[in-house]
Write a protein that binds this ligand. Structure first.
Ligand code: SF4
Ligand code: SF4
Length: 443
């Protein structure tokens, strides 16, 4: 097992979406009964994992089986939505060769890909408040992360990323690109924007990060680039200042509890009631003696509460702000209850993705096919951020003028520090190194 963890660490593998948690730390964190592969891809418009699963089903299952054996797990579960037909068929055909593996399917709802939701959907266990899947014997890894682990086991470091380019572009597509390439190059490769003054979202429309400039580099966690017009409702929602939202909440929140009714963490039995936090913040008092600002720590920031709210308020934004303030004040999460059962109505309150897409104003893009195609551009410059993972930045090992080959380690983590090594993604010459990034130019 230590050899496996060492290879994954050496290759710089991190979760291929979300916060970019180092895979070696997650897999080396302790004994797990179940290894669950997260193929939910629940953010609308992203089409990476479902295509990887369809094309590389055998390779992925072989790697999962290897992990199950090496980590001494009881079972490996590949979790995927029912509607990803091609991936499902390929996986169900290939899985018969692996007695310790199974395929688990579920309907299309949001946020099915939340780790804690996925753990309940697949093995019926509830992760405790403020906990991680390992607390209930599970480790969850993303499909693309598993794909990268396959290559790490063969000694190939992480230098490439699969990215869906979707939304207001002429030819939506999914590309394999070198890490560090400018997002502008991907948008051009997808035929360019079809709207004036476009903006982009790095990730999905719900949890992705809004970027006004297309010149940022692709990182290990860039799963999608969504192009939208600058005044699209998704953009307006993400940009609305917190104080304006709270002013609206004071006059508009009718305490209907719709936000709490759909909250995925509340539905798992966690003591998170966004309506109560909104009341607490609006009036600096609450009728509920057990509502505390620290409950914000239980929020996964999926933003679903905003789309359940008939007044279009944003409890998630309040929770985000509360977490920042609590951390600044040195107040840690005090909530660690382990619910024994989920909300009795959970099965009926899973939020359908189709409905969410309509509310997001993304219907015109939802049925776009973004096929996995060859990237048509020879990339000449890459900017490798030193922090493209959870934890501390990596430390540069190169200086301007050095020649590097694709796969060479160019930045490393100090011993014991949380993070991941970074490798050159093209052959070339180092053109610049600073505290933020390393620039390589082909030549
Ligand atoms: S759904 Fe909206 S209006 Fe209803 S309690 Fe929640 S924040 Fe208030
Ligand atoms: S963002 Fe809203 S719906 Fe999602 S976990 Fe937080 S409070 Fe619940």
């Amino acid at each position: 097992m230590s050899e496996l963890i060492e290879k994954i660490k050496e290759a710089g593998i991190v979760g291929a979406g979300g916060a970019g948690f180092p895979a070696a730390v997650k897999l080396g964190g302790g004994a797990a009964e179940y290894i669950i592969i997260n193929g939910a891809e629940c953010e609308p418009l992203i089409q990476v994992d479902q295509q990887l699963a369809a094309v590389y089903a055998s390779l992925l299952l072989e790697t999962l089986d290897y992990l199950v054996g090496q980590l001494g797990a009881k079972q490996g579960i590949f979790a995927i939505k029912e509607k990803y037909h091609k991936a499902r068929e390929a996986l169900e055909k290939a899985v018969t060769a692996y007695p310790k593996l199974c395929i688990k399917t579920f309907p299309s709802f949001y946020p099915a890909g939340d780790e804690q939701v996925l753990v309940y959907e697949t093995i019926g266990r509830i992760v405790p408040e403020g906990g991680i899947p390992l607390n209930v014997g599970a480790v969850v890894e993303n499909v693309e992360t598993l794909f990268n682990i396959h290559h790490a086991l063969k000694g190939t470091p992480l230098t490439e990323k699969y990215v869906t380019v979707n939304g207001a572009v002429r030819k939506p597509a999914t590309f394999k690109v070198p890490l560090g390439v400018s997002k502008r190059v991907l948008i051009e490769a997808a035929g360019g924007a079809t709207v004036e003054n476009p903006v982009l979202i790095d990730g999905g429309p719900m949890m992705g990060r809004l970027e006004r400039s297309p010149d940022g580099p692709v990182t290990k966690t860039t799963k999608a680039i969504l192009v939208l017009k600058g005044d699209h409702p998704v953009v307006v929602s993400k940009e609305q200042p917190m104080d304006r939202m709270m002013k609206l909440a004071k006059s508009a929140c009718c305490h209907c509890m719709m936000c709490s009714d759909v909250c995925p963490r509340q539905l798992l039995g966690h003591h998170l009631f966004p309506d109560k936090l909104m009341r607490l913040a609006s009036y600096q008092s609450t009728c509920e003696k057990d509502a505390a600002a620290t409950a914000a720590y239980l929020c996964c920031e999926c933003r679903l509460c905003e789309y359940a709210c008939i007044m279009q308020l944003q409890p998630w934004k309040l929770n985000q702000e509360l977490k920042v303030r609590l951390k600044k004040a040195g107040i840690a999460n005090p909530h660690h209850n382990a619910p024994e059962k989920v909300n009795q109505f959970r099965a009926y309150r899973r939020y359908p993705t189709d409905k969410l897409v309509r509310q997001l104003g993304l219907s015109e893009y939802y049925h776009h096919d973004a096929p996995l195609v060859e990237f048509p551009v020879e990339v000449t410059t890459v900017t490798l951020l030193l922090r493209q993972h959870f934890g501390a930045p990596a430390e540069p090992l190169v200086a301007a003028g050095d020649r590097v080959k694709k796969g060479d380690r160019v930045a490393a983590m100090a011993d014991g520090a949380m993070g991941a090594h970074i490798h050159a993604s093209i052959d070339g010459v180092i053109r610049g190194v600073d505290s933020n990034a390393i620039v390589i130019e082909r030549g």
